[in-house]
Write a protein that binds this ligand. Structure first.
Ligand code: COI
Length: 354
């Protein structure tokens, strides 16, 4: 833990918790009593502060608003049956945060600020962790440039913050997915592997177009040929073909290295499936479907957890899945949930106790 003199803590006088029903709570709508804030100036991180959750005062010339040096992470905290608080794989998100920071020409954040700050904040707001199934406390660390200057250059000042949001499922129902062939999320050499805020803004137009056609999200394809699948909306994607689980590989730097993706691969191995991380073409997916070998498609992500896909559409070719009778995705979800909620042993050291 951060030593008391390494962090300034000011507590709320009255908690807002009694105003919030922690059951059936929508994703990302409510925030806990406190937030963590720390500034980077003159080449160093200042003393972190935990203070009552409140709006920020910003200058209209704030660099992040103009040129988009902004990155974030998503992590979740869970409550065990005995009421203890655990965070799922925060060190992996910490490492990915700094990979994103480097790509966006931002300063990296030291582990003692990210991890110990997160622990101190959750410790203070631990009563906000929901205990209902599929609910958790979503942790949102983020960093943005704060120079007050509209010249285009890497900012000299930054702000790192963590906010917490008690939350229910991100996608409530099985999804309909549209294979995108016109718009592009990421190209080799670009920022697809970084959790850069702009990646999400840039996806919104294509997603809105898919929604007009009745779909929930797009499945991105490669920028050159629109032939190979990448990721799906805010999730990584898995295809169960025959007795194999196939997911696009990270090699081209166009896909986010999901922490849930990695955890799901471990669960799939436990279930006896062969995992293949490799290029996967839409043609191969369709051929497998025609041969009756494409059994399941599902998305994985911190917010999304494991999201069932009931329809995948490529041009006029529609692939439908009987989501009430899936075998693999529900089994993986259940195994992961048992580890997260502390009802099965954590054999991989994923859960960090607060
Ligand atoms: C997450 O899964 O944590 C994400 O960041 C996806 C989305 C909520 C932006």
């Amino acid at each position: 833990m951060i030593a008391a003199d390494d962090i300034n803590i000011s507590r709320v006088k009255n908690s807002k918790l009694k105003e919030v029903n922690l059951e059936n709570i929508p994703f990302g709508k409510y925030f806990t009593d406190h937030m963590l804030e720390v500034d980077y100036e003159n080449g160093e991180w200042k003393t972190p502060e935990i203070k009552p959750y409140q709006p920020l005062m910003i200058d209209p010339s704030l660099a992040a608003l103009h040129y988009g040096q902004a990155i974030f992470e998503g992590i979740k905290a869970y409550k065990s049956p005995s009421g203890e608080a655990f965070v799922f794989r925060p060190l992996d998100n910490f490492k990915r945060f700094n990979i994103s920071a480097e790509r966006m020409q931002m300063p990296t954040i030291p582990e003692h600020i990210f991890i110990d700050g997160l622990r101190a904040l959750i410790n203070l707001d631990r009563d906000w962790i929901p205990s209902q199934e599929d609910h958790s406390l979503y942790i949102r660390p983020f960093m943005f440039s704060t120079d007050e200057l509209i010249g285009v250059k890497p900012s000299e000042k930054y702000k790192f913050m963590i906010i917490l949001s008690p939350t229910g499922p991100y996608y409530n129902t099985p999804m309909r997915i549209y294979v995108e062939e016109q718009y592009v999320r990421a190209v080799p050499g670009g920022v697809g592997y970084a959790k850069a805020a702009g990646n999400y803004g840039a996806a919104m137009y294509a997603t809105a177009q898919a929604k007009l056609k009745g779909y929930d999200q797009v499945l991105w394809t490669d920028a050159y040929e629109h032939k190979y699948v990448q990721e799906c909306g805010t999730m990584n994607v898995f295809f169960i073909i025959g007795d194999k689980a196939i997911t696009p590989d990270l090699g081209a730097g166009t896909i986010l290295a999901g922490v849930t993706r990695d955890s799901v691969m471990t669960m799939l191995k436990e279930l006896g499936l062969t995992i293949e991380e490799r290029s996967l073409s839409v043609d191969e997916i369709i051929d497998a479907h025609k041969a009756g070998l494409l059994h399941e498609v599902f998305g994985t992500g911190t917010a999304a957890t494991i999201s069932m896909i009931k329809e995948l559409r490529y041009k006029d070719y529609v692939m439908e899945f009987d989501v009430d009778n899936l075998k693999i995705a529900p089994a993986v979800k259940s195994r992961l949930n048992h580890i997260r909620y502390g009802t099965a042993p954590d054999n991989y050291g994923w859960m960090v106790k607060i």
